[in-house]
Design a binder for this molecule. Structure first.
Ligand code: 4NP
Length: 166
């Protein structure tokens, strides 16, 4: 069974498409691409159909990551069809949980992205929204998402691919 992971932010043009591209690259580098479905979306539909923000694209490129992306809005069925839903901030988290509960879906699999950040003292910390920021803010987001994705993949590999004989 493929592991289905969905990243969620507000506009789906900065943080969540970057998280998706980073994790896809890490998964591909590990030769595990056949074991994963990785996607992203936004709680707002304001940028639906757009590519990623040019500042995110440029920063990612400088860090060796290429984005191929079209923005889309979070759909109620996403809350049921993905194994793990990782939200970038408290606003996205509350919205995803609200939508899940509205449709009677479980919300245990909805978590904050930085619960995987090895450098965050607070597992509920936000990935800061870089929309009104400058290049250093985009770089900070990249570093947070990269180290969180490394840790996320390590956790999934340990959990999913370690044979536990009984
Ligand atoms: P994202 O960033 O949620 O990481 O994609 C934003 C993108 C657009 C806006 C805000 C945040 N906006 O206000 O349009």
């Amino acid at each position: 069974m493929k592991k289905k992971i969905l990243f969620v932010c507000l506009g789906n043009i900065c943080r969540s498409p970057l998280a998706s591209a980073i994790l896809k690259q890490l998964v591909s580098n590990a030769g595990l691409q056949d074991h994963f479905i990785i996607d992203s979306c936004g709680t707002s539909g304001n940028h639906q159909g757009e590519g990623a923000d040019p500042r995110t694209i440029q920063n990612a490129l400088r860090n060796g990551v290429t984005l191929h992306h079209r923005a889309r809005k979070l759909r109620p069925e996403d809350l049921n069809s993905f194994d793990l839903i990782l939200t970038m901030d408290q606003h996205n988290y509350r919205e995803a949980v609200r939508l899940a509960e509205k449709d009677g879906f479980d919300s245990e699999h909805i978590r904050m992205m930085r619960s995987f950040d090895p450098l965050s003292a607070d597992p509920q910390a936000d990935v800061p929204d870089p929309w009104y920021g400058v290049e250093s803010d985009f770089e900070e987001v990249f570093q947070i998402l990269h180290r969180s994705c490394v840790s996320l993949l390590q956790s999934i590999r340990t959990f999913t691919f370690t044979a536990v004989p009984d």
